[in-house]
Write a protein that binds this ligand. Structure first.
Ligand code: SF4
Ligand code: FES
Length: 307
């Protein structure tokens, strides 16, 4: 079995994986935005870059640096590699990437639904500079209604292209694209299309920042108040694994729970939004017999002492 070292930790692996995936699988943290295991790796966010040393077989296995920082998300793991994401060069890169990503970001965390589960927020604490040196005006970009379930806050987007790749590589519907150039890049739907497919709302979970938001959950609850209960799809009989997220007896949203054998990382929109009947006023909460006097819901909800 091959072995490499990531930040001083020795890791055994079977060839055929990348350095970043190996780190994820073994619980070692390498920051990443654009990479997601289910899709191609464009290596465009650059925060996963590492300093890597590798044995050179032409020099009797002497360790040699690859010279420049390389993206761990697209670098195959190789036997004897030494990977540093905590060296001065790698740390300087992480700080530069965070600074670049935040140049045009509105930093509106107090009113953003993603606050509390945002990779931009988390990495800012872990890998950022702590303050901005940018004094010019920020680019302002519009909010867009992409489809029945998803809103886009363009100026929070870090252009990782996860959402675009999802519609091309997973659903095959390709409604999304990158429009514009440079700092004016924006995600958009193709003219005449809406982001409206059976799996459309999964882009909300894929978006590492607060750019793609769930219309149904918008401003409903701060995520740190929610409790997650693992559950199984009880609506479409798919067996999909889910988390029911709730607070004080009220459900606020349903999220996919990863299961590689069944639903992988995804759930359908039908399942994601199909739970509303749970809190319906008309819902039967006790058994009732056909032909018998109708059951008083108020009695059922407030059982007497003998209940
Ligand atoms: S909207 Fe989100 S997922 Fe899509 S490119 Fe921007 S940051 Fe990435
Ligand atoms: S995760 Fe490697 S470049 Fe984005």
């Amino acid at each position: 079995m091959a072995t490499l070292t990531i930040n001083g930790n020795k890791v055994d692996f079977e060839p055929g994986t990348t350095v970043l995936q190996l780190a994820i699988d073994t619980g070692l943290e390498i920051p990443h935005y654009c990479y997601h295991q289910s899709m191609s790796a464009p290596a465009n966010c650059r925060i996963c870059l590492a300093e890597i040393w590798q044995p050179n077989p032409r020099k009797d296995g002497k360790l040699e640096s690859l010279g420049k920082l390389v993206p761990t998300c697209s670098t195959p793991a190789a036997d004897g590699m030494i990977v540093y994401t905590d060296s001065p060069k790698a740390i300087a890169n992480q700080k530069s990437v965070m600074e670049l990503l935040l140049i045009n970001h509105p930093v509106d965390c107090p009113v953003c639904d993603q606050a509390g589960e945002c990779h931009l927020q988390d990495y800012s604490y872990q890998y950022g500079r702590g303050q901005s040196r940018f004094q010019e005006d920020k680019n302002k970009q519009p909010k867009k209604d992409l489809g029945p379930n998803v809103l886009l806050y363009s100026d929070r987007c870090i252009m990782c292209t996860r959402c675009v790749r999802f519609t091309r590589e997973v659903t095959g519907t390709a409604e999304l694209m990158v429009e514009g150039r440079g700092s004016h890049n924006q995600i958009d739907v193709f003219p005449g299309l809406a982001l409206d497919n059976e799996l459309s709302a999964n882009v909300i979970d894929l978006c590492p920042v607060g750019a793609l938001l769930d219309k149904d959950f918008l401003f409903q609850q701060r995520v740190w108040f929610l409790k997650k209960t693992p559950s199984i799809d009880g609506i479409t009989a798919s067996g999909d694994n889910i988390f029911v997220e709730h607070n004080e007896g009220t459900i606020y949203r349903v999220k996919p729970r990863r299961n590689d054998e069944i639903n992988q990382w995804w759930i359908t929109d039908e399942l994601r939004y199909g739970w509303k009947f749970v809190h319906s006023e008309d819902r039967y909460v006790m058994p009732s017999v056909l032909g018998e006097e109708s059951f008083e819901v108020s009695q059922a909800r407030e059982p007497g002492p003998s209940a």
